[in-house]
Design a protein around this ligand. Structure first.
Ligand code: HEC
Ligand code: HEC
Length: 403
């Protein structure tokens, strides 16, 4: 209890220092939708992409290169998106004002971090690796084990987990309400609230609004998909063809255009040396057959987000493709019985083909809509978009051996 009071006092002091300097800044939320969004008559932002011109097979965005995207979230106002941007980078959301969402979802690192397992307040380790947030607007399941079904439900996790941001709903609201600049910004983003107290739902909603603006659909692959064939080199096209072949079967799960079919699959990726098996979606669905099942992650901006897998077990993409080529179930520990997905095969690709797969994965990079990091925050604190400052601990790197 005393420790908690001390931390609160530290936050308050930081805030006092901060508010003094923030008072001079006149914060105003953007009146414009982000690029790639068009403002509707009702004043909300609607996503427009080249994929809108295509039909979809089964209404699910499955199929070839020219197929429409699955349903997505949009329809937020420009002000709500911009408020979410301030909150996303503001460490004031964490219990001791050291960690922001961007500490683990750093835009400079594909909205992920470079750790096998993320670190939260007090440098505490989180159980899994941070996924990218690009294209979360299209997802209907969140977390590696798919235990949340909306961004609003998801965000409660990091905000209040003791090893992530460590806050409590009461303290979060109490802190935000002491910051006049936030009060003013919430009024701009939610005019119908008529200057009432800041609500948790508004915090969740604006963070969701910001995250749905993180769209990555203009990679060189996309230009190729839309018919500009010179966008990919010959080796990259070879890689694409291996990726979608029925030998490698990558596209069966990492289905274009999102490069995920949003299902849960058991693929038998290894845990780092000495760590017990993570049962993943078995708990979410109370289904033993989904032991070690994880949500199929998007591969958009995948070159930016090493290390890979829920456990950060692989340091680079070459190690990942070697894993898929190592033979069905080769990395499953002895005595552990997993029901591997039927698309996990033993493709027996050559070294040359593995290199082409890695080449192709590199064509999925597009950060052209990367939002600007705010130069100043309503809390007066410095925007945090990197690991907690105290984190100088060397992370346990897994060996370069992929098998
Ligand atoms: C301490 C590091 C850390 C912080 C801080 C953090 N996250 Fe995360 N985030 C993670 C990790 C790790 C996961 C995956 C956890 C899991 O699946 O078990 C994750 C998952 C997510 C996901 C799910 C993505 C997907 O594809 O399933 C979203 C969305 C997300 N975080 C948004 C946020 C937002 C918004 C904030 C700030 C309120 C935030 N995160 C703060 C580490 C962090
Ligand atoms: C049966 C479905 C399935 C197939 C087929 C499949 N994957 Fe995956 N992929 C997954 C799942 C599930 C994960 C996450 C597993 C984990 O974290 O343990 C994943 C993870 C990855 C990752 C790491 C993503 C990240 O953000 O860390 C890459 C890269 C990847 N797959 C590429 C490929 C390639 C290349 C192929 C074809 C050789 C392929 N996948 C085939 C389901 C599949």
């Amino acid at each position: 209890m005393i420790e908690r009071l001390l931390i609160l006092t530290a936050t308050t002091l930081l805030l006092w220092a901060g508010i003094a300097s923030a008072e001079t800044v006149d914060f105003r939320l953007s009146d414009n939708c982000p690029p790639s969004f068009e403002e509707s008559a009702a004043g909300t932002c609607q996503l427009r992409t080249m994929y809108d011109f295509y039909d979809s097979v089964q209404g699910a965005g499955l199929g070839g290169t020219q197929t429409s995207l699955p349903p997505h979230r949009d329809g937020f106002s420009p002000q709500q998106i911009d408020l979410g941007r301030y909150l996303f980078f503001d460490p004031v959301l964490s219990r001791d004002a050291t960690v922001s969402c961007a500490s683990c979802h750093n835009p400079e690192q594909g909205f992920s971090d470079d750790l096998p397992r993320s670190r939260g307040i007090g440098d505490q380790e989180v159980a899994r690796a941070a996924p990218t947030l690009w294209n979360t607007a299209f997802l209907n399941k969140f977390f590696w084990d798919a235990h949340a079904t909306s961004l609003e439900e998801q965000v409660v996790g990091p905000l209040f987990a003791s090893n992530e941001m460590g806050n409590s709903p009461e303290d979060l609201l109490a802190t935000l309400s002491t910051i006049p600049a936030y009060q003013a910004l919430f009024d701009q983003a939610y005019p119908q609230r008529k200057n009432g107290p800041i609500q948790l739902d508004e915090v969740y909603h604006s963070l969701a609004a910001f995250q749905t603006s993180l769209i990555s659909l203009n990679s060189r692959y996309d230009r190729y998909a839309h018919g500009y064939h010179a966008a990919l080199s010959a080796p990259e096209v070879e890689g694409l063809n291996i990726f979608r072949s029925f030998v490698a079967r990558c596209a069966e799960c990492h289905t274009p255009p999102l490069f995920t079919n949003q299902q849960v699959a058991v693929i038998g990726a290894p845990e780092p040396e000495g760590r017990p098996i993570d049962v993943g979606a078995q708990i979410t669905y109370d289904a033993p057959e989904l032991k070690a099942g994880f949500k199929v992650p998007t591969l958009r901006n995948i070159a930016q987000t090493a290390p890979y897998m829920h456990s950060g077990r692989f340091n680079n993409l070459r190690e990942v493709v070697e894993f898929y080529n190592g033979g069905r179930g080769h990395a499953v520990p002895e005595g552990v019985d997993l029901q591997l997905h039927w698309h996990i095969s033993s493709p027996d690709l050559t070294d040359y083909e593995l290199d082409r797969l890695v080449d192709f994965l590199g064509t999925l990079t597009d950060e052209s809509l990367k939002p600007e990091v705010p130069s100043q925050l309503p809390s007066g604190l410095a925007p945090v978009h990197d690991k907690p400052q105290a984190n100088i601990v060397t992370t346990q790197k897994t060996s370069g051996d992929a098998s």
